[in-house]
Write a protein that binds this ligand. Structure first.
Ligand SMILES: Cc1cc2nc3c(=O)[nH]c(=O)nc-3n(C[C@H](O)[C@H](O)[C@H](O)COP(=O)(O)OP(=O)(O)OC[C@H]3O[C@@H](n4cnc5c(N)ncnc54)[C@H](O)[C@@H]3O)c2cc1C
Length: 428
């Protein structure tokens, strides 16, 4: 029977426990308040832990209740724009800084995992983009060439090489990004939280920030049972941003992604399906994704134009893509057990945006579905902002936060976007 859990994810059942935290029950002062307990918030906290600041992090629910505890676990050092397009938009100097930051971001995640001994089933065995059409083959070859210019450790795979690594004949080839890999995403976040707590960061969970107000150059944030007065504030609320900071939740398009896992597959099946164990995302706009968790469950997913009855439709969708991609899987083997979904923030230019929302208030938005490595790395950028590193030295320059026109229709906009991807997938 398929189960829908909490934030629902399989990771709830498989990640080590989070450090013990409780909600705020008093009025406190702090130098830096971080709002949001996902990768961005936790990574910002960890980067500030040895500074002279007193740091507090509050999370509305539990650690990584948002996308960080629900995602697919594919770690990859890419964003949705390729280097040439990034440079065309940001110029050579800023563009190259972002490209290099993104290119190093997967190594960055695995180095944190190693440095702090985070138990999260991490495997840095590469990430594969499987290519489903001739047009996408041409696009991926150009992508590969552009990243080669920045010394990215990648390889193009021909049909045979891809089939050997993936155990599927369904694709024309692929691109292997060697610094990528996969993790138990909730375990990674809980590991970061453990490090933060051990290093003196005050973490309060079940503590939603309800209002924020500037009083005498300091910021006063009200929560249910206590008020926090802070010199600096970091919004690490991403796609789960609410109305706390006016306009922030309207500066991106919220987009739901859906995941589903099989029961653990036995070793004979696993040696025929994804034998290389790399996580795979294919080149469709409405991508097909595949990877194993630490216990050998095969995880896949999807998106919906209209998410009505999404649980049953996801089961049907998963069965269909698993059986067409891996015909060697017998249907009882992909008995589906867990199903969940989460929200991501898409920006209209598909680039990450850093904001100085007001004096001493910082944020970033726009993982565009590729956010494990990026959010973790952005934590360091936000820590630089807090530490007053000169803006010119940030890897990504801050931009003005802008509300997307007609955001009230964002649900419709994302449905149209997805419908467009689906049509495009059929023809290219
Ligand atoms: C289903 C799914 C699959 C994905 N798969 C992948 C993948 O395979 N690879 C990849 O690279 N990326 C993936 N992503 C994207 C990735 O998970 C995100 O980019 C990343 O987790 C964002 O981290 P974050 O810390 O910025 O935000 P989040 O983890 O969303 O954290 C924001 C937190 O802020 C808290 N919050 C909000 N408002 C308040 C408030 N007022 N007071 C206190 N707290 C507040 C929320 O409760 C939430 O916990 C996926 C996302 C989803 C949803």
């Amino acid at each position: 029977m398929v189960q829908t859990t909490h934030n629902g994810s399989i990771w709830e059942l498989t990640a080590p426990a989070a450090p013990v935290t409780s909600h705020l029950t008093a009025d406190i002062n702090t130098d830096v308040l971080i709002i949001g307990g996902g990768y961005t918030g936790l990574s910002t906290a960890i980067h500030l832990q040895h500074s002279s600041h007193d740091i507090t992090l509050i999370e509305a629910h539990s650690i990584a209740w948002g996308a960080s505890g629900r995602n697919g676990g594919h770690v990859l050092p890419l964003i949705r724009k390729d280097p040439k397009a990034i440079i065309a938009q940001l110029g050579i100097e800023q563009g190259e800084r972002l490209i290099r930051m993104v290119g190093e971001s997967a190594d960055y995640v695995f180095s944190l995992i190693n440095r702090y001994g985070i138990d999260c089933d991490a495997e840095q065995n590469g990430w594969i983009q499987a290519i489903h059409s001739q047009q996408q083959l041409a696009i991926s070859s150009k992508r590969f060439e552009q990243w080669q210019h920045y010394d990215a450790d990648m390889a193009m795979l021909d049909r045979q090489q891809l089939a050997e690594l993936m155990g599927s004949e369904a694709y024309l080839g692929g691109m292997l990004v060697k610094s990528g890999g996969h993790i138990n995403p909730l375990a990674f976040a809980r590991g970061l939280a453990r490090v933060a707590v051990e290093n003196g960061i005050n973490i309060f969970t079940d503590t939603p920030a309800m209002t924020i107000e500037q009083i005498d150059k300091r910021w006063q944030i009200k929560t249910r049972m206590g008020t926090i007065t802070a010199n600096k504030v970091v919004f690490a609320t991403a796609a789960y941003s609410d109305a706390l900071w006016p306009g922030l939740q309207k500066s991106f398009l919220p987009f739901y992604l859906y995941n589903i896992s099989t029961k653990p597959l036995d070793s004979a099946v696993r040696s025929a399906v994804l034998p290389g164990r790399q996580p795979v995302t294919d080149s469709r706009g409405d991508a097909h994704v595949f990877h194993y968790d630490g216990a050998g469950r095969l995880i896949t997913g999807g998106t919906f134009i209209f998410p009505v009855n999404w649980e049953n439709r996801l089961i049907k969708h998963a069965k269909q893509i698993l059986s067409t991609t891996f015909p060697q899987l017998e249907s009882p083997e992909f008995e589906l057990q867990h199903i969940w979904r989460g929200k991501i923030a898409m920006t209209t230019d598909v680039l990450p945006h850093v904001h100085e929302l007001a004096p001493n208030v910082y944020s970033w938005i726009g993982c565009n579905a590729r956010g494990i490595a990026l959010s973790t790395r952005m934590g360091a950028v936000l820590a630089d902002a807090v530490n007053e590193v000169s803006i010119q030295d940030w890897p990504l320059q801050p931009v003005k936060m802008e509300v997307i026109p007609a955001h009230t229709f964002s649900r419709l906009m994302t449905s149209i976007m997805l419908a467009y991807y689906r049509v495009r997938d059929k023809f290219m």
